[in-house]
Design a protein around this ligand. Sequence first.
Ligand SMILES: NC(=O)c1ccc[n+]([C@@H]2O[C@H](COP(=O)([O-])OP(=O)(O)OC[C@H]3O[C@@H](n4cnc5c(N)ncnc54)[C@H](O)[C@@H]3O)[C@@H](O)[C@H]2O)c1
Ligand SMILES: [Zn+2]
Length: 366
Amino acid sequence: MKNQELTVKREGAFSYPICLRENFNDLATKAEETGFLGRKACVVSDSRVFELYGEEICEKLRQVCSKVTSFVFPAGEEHKNLDTIEDLYEHLIQESFDRKDFLVALGGGVTGDMAGYAAATYLRGIDFIQVPTTLLAQVDSSIGGKTGVDFRCYKNMVGAFHQPRLVYMNLSVLRSLPDVEFACGMGEVIKSALICDRKFYDWLSENADSIERKELDILEEMVYRCCDIKRGIVERDPTEKGERALLNLGHTIGHAIEKQMNFQLHHGQCVGLGLLAAAGISRRRGLLTPQEEAEIIRCCQSFHLPVKVKGLQPRDVLAASKKDKKMEHGKIKFILMKGLGHTLIDKTVTDQELLDGIADVLDAEK
Ligand SMILES: NC(=O)c1ccc[n+]([C@@H]2O[C@H](COP(=O)([O-])OP(=O)(O)OC[C@H]3O[C@@H](n4cnc5c(N)ncnc54)[C@H](O)[C@@H]3O)[C@@H](O)[C@H]2O)c1
Ligand SMILES: [Zn+2]
C-alpha cells in the first residue's frame, strides 16, 4: 500500500486529513498531530466492531490521551436514534468530558453518524475523529460532516453538519467485514463512479476480481478515488446548496425502499436498487442507452447487489420518496444519469416517471 492521504479543505475553517493505512499503527501520532495530546477520548463503537478492534484502538490512544473511555451500543441501524445519543451524553457527563475532549467514531456509518451528532451537540460541539470500518463508511459517510440519527421511522431526520478533525482508515479491517456489508459499500462506490468518473467506472469492472479478493493495493486505489470524488464535491458545496445533491444519486428511491422494507434491506443494497431505478428513468428520457442501463445492472450484479426487491407496491414507494428530505418547494430534486459517469439535478421528474423507475426494480411476484 502507498499509505495515501488527502486533505479536505474548508474556507475559513479547519481542514482535515483523510489517511489510508493498512493498520492502526500511526493513529496515535495522527491524533497528536491533530492536537489531541493530553485530552480525554471516548471511543464510540457498536458491540461487533468494539469486540474486534476496540481494545487495540483504546491502547493506541492511551499513548497520547490523558484518559480513554468507551461507549458501546448494540450493532444495527435500529439503534441509530436519540435514545442511544442520550445514553452517550450520560456517559460523557459521568466521565466529566469538557469542551477540549473528543470522540472517536470507530465503526460503520451508523457509528459515525451518531458519534458525529453527539459531538456536534454535546456542550454545543466538541471535536471528533472518524475511524471508519465498513467500506460504506470509508468511501462515503465518514467524509463531509453530515451527522445525525433516525427519528421514529424517518431516516436521518435529525442531524447537524459537523466536520471530523481527522479521518483515519485501516483498509485491512475490510477483511473481517461480512460479504453483504462489503457489497453495500460497493453500492456507494458504483454511485461515486457514475456521478462523475467514467474512467473509474471502467476501472471497477476491470478490477472486479481483485476487489472481490480484497487485495489491499486495489482497495486503497478504489477507496482513494471515492474519497477524492467526495472531497471535491463537499469542498465546492459543503452544505448542499447545489452540486452536493449529486451525491444523492440513487438515494431518493433508495431511501424510500429502505423505509418501506422496514430496514430489512441494508442501506447500500437500497442505494443499488435506487441507482437502477434512476437508470430506468434516465433511459426513458433518452439520457442513457438501453445498453448503458444493462451495463449498470450487470455491474451491480457482479458486486452482489440485489437488482430486484419483492413485496412492495410502487405507489407506497412513491409516497415514501416524497417524504424524503430532498425536496425543494414541493418538488423532488432528482438525480439523473447522462451516460455513464455524468449526472444532473432535475426538478421536473413526474410521479409517473418515478413509478415507472420504481417498477423496474420491483419483483411483480409477491
Ligand atoms: N453521513 C453520511 O454522509 C452518510 C452517507 C452514507 C450513509 N450514511 C449512513 O450510514 C449508515 C450505514 O452505514 P454502514 O453500512 O457502515 O452500517 P453499520 O455502521 O451498521 O455497519 C454495518 C455492520 O457491519 C459491522 N461492522 C462494521 N465494521 C466491521 C468490520 N470491519 N468487520 C466486521 N464487522 C463490521 C457493524 O457492526 C454492523 O453490524 C446508514 O445509517 C446511513 O444513513 C451516512
Ligand atoms: Zn448512501
